[in-house]
Ligand binder design. Structure first.
Ligand SMILES: Nc1nc2c(c(=O)[nH]1)N=C([C@H](O)[C@H](O)COP(=O)(O)OP(=O)(O)OP(=O)(O)O)CN2
Ligand SMILES: [Zn+2]
Length: 136
């Protein structure tokens, strides 16, 4: 019997969607206002979901406090109030789209979990735009 444990988190961050190897006109055509050279920001909402068997002794799939600390260390401390393009190494050569941010978050959190646990990341860039990634 597998159960999913989820925790919500949030961070505020600035970004610019563009490719360094494209002319400005092409970036404007593809990314529109998201290619503003002066960047723009989002209030990102994150849901981290961990699925596994319930431990018979503790009754936990994962201790929520442990999950909270992993999210703080790997996501909030790394991304909150940062310019993703400028200040976060993972996006030096990776466009910080919601899709790519979700994959980066997955890749940072997954190694911190017991290998028997599976992980799904849901990231809201706006209240109506969100992406999910579970390693597939
Ligand atoms: N597939 C994706 N499409 C877009 C992404 C993305 O990450 N993945 N990102 C953007 C921009 O970041 C843009 O800033 C999105 O915000 P916004 O323009 O405010 O989006 P909406 O107009 O849809 O805002 P709502 O308030 O949610 O209606 C663009 N595309
Ligand atoms: Zn944006």
């Amino acid at each position: 019997m597998k159960v999913t444990v989820s925790r919500k988190a949030h961070f505020n961050a600035a970004h610019r969607l563009y490719r360094k190897d494209w002319e400005h006109e092409k970036n404007d055509e593809i990314f529109g206002k998201c290619n503003n050279p002066n960047f723009h920001g989002h209030n990102y909402e994150l849901i981290v979901s961990v699925t596994g068997e319930i431990d018979k002794e503790t009754g936990y799939v994962i201790d929520m406090k442990v999950l909270k600390d992993i999210i703080k260390d790997e996501v909030e401390d790394a991304f909150d109030h940062k310019n993703l393009n400028v200040e976060v190494p993972e996006f030096q050569d990776l466009n910080p789209t919601a899709e790519n941010i979700a994959v980066v978050i997955y890749n940072k959190i997954k190694p911190k979990l017991d290998v028997k646990l599976s992980l799904e990341i849901t990231l809201y860039e706006t209240p109506r735009n969100f992406v999910s990634y579970s390693g597939n």
